[in-house]
Design a protein around this ligand. Sequence first.
Ligand SMILES: NC(=O)c1ccc[n+]([C@@H]2O[C@H](COP(=O)([O-])OP(=O)(O)OC[C@H]3O[C@@H](n4cnc5c(N)ncnc54)[C@H](OP(=O)(O)O)[C@@H]3O)[C@@H](O)[C@H]2O)c1
Length: 254
Amino acid sequence: MPVFLKNETVLITGGSSGIGEEFAYQLAEKGLNLIIVGRNSERLEKVYKNTKRINEKISVEIINFDLSQDIDLFIDTIKFFDIDHLINNAGFGLYGKFVNGNINLYNKMISVNIKALTLLSYFYSKKFIEKNKGGIINVASVAGFFPIPHFVVYGSTKSYVYNFSMSLWAELRKFNVHIMCLAPGKTKTRFFERANMKNNQKLMSVKDVVYGAIKAYEKNKPLYIPGISNKLTYHLIRRIFSDKFVAKLLEKTF
Ligand SMILES: NC(=O)c1ccc[n+]([C@@H]2O[C@H](COP(=O)([O-])OP(=O)(O)OC[C@H]3O[C@@H](n4cnc5c(N)ncnc54)[C@H](OP(=O)(O)O)[C@@H]3O)[C@@H](O)[C@H]2O)c1
């Protein structure tokens, strides 16, 4: 059972904001040591202070690293830490017509959302198999369950994360290494502002998303979709509507 045990160490990518930041706070409360990665130094400092305020007994390290850059260098930097759980959370999207988007941003998005997640999963899967314990939470999205025009690259990176995680879950379960895919729907973070996307729908709170995710991980679930309407979307779209129908509908409405 990959329960988050007191005194274990968790590496969180994208811990400087939103879902990753909330993981840091809720895991600090549970007595986990934290290694938090992000790019924004001020925000990382803030998260450091808050986690220490929540639990002064834990050890907290903050690492400023751009995960769209050299991941081998990043792994070299962190390989001496003894890590028990990895949360591959860093990621971003870009809303708009595919051909109007910035190709450099697509390139970075693929590097962060897919490449960094895959290379870190590879490195830590081997470590966790050796230890015969540990696990990884990969943050995908409801947007990864169906074709999503105007969010073409982002949705596709999250489809990868979903399939990657479920496949790896099946391979590693016999080693007592647990992989869980967290697939949130719209959640109240800085994501939309950064994705250049307006949102008029109700957003889930990060607290609820992360609270549910930690419980699901501790119960050994391979997939956690927070919120009833997101779960419903997942089941309806996968079981009732064709991809062709959904793609045409969303091209007009999303
Ligand atoms: N919010 C939603 O509705 C929603 C829904 C489904 C899935 N998700 C997924 O949830 C995850 C977290 O996003 P969020 O909603 O919490 O958004 P957020 O508030 O914008 O947080 C994104 C985090 O990712 C980090 N990050 C982005 N690019 C990075 C890079 N190149 N190198 C290192 N860190 C990088 C950011 O660090 P800096 O700020 O320091 O750059 C930040 O800590 C993402 O994978 C996102 O795709 C979000």
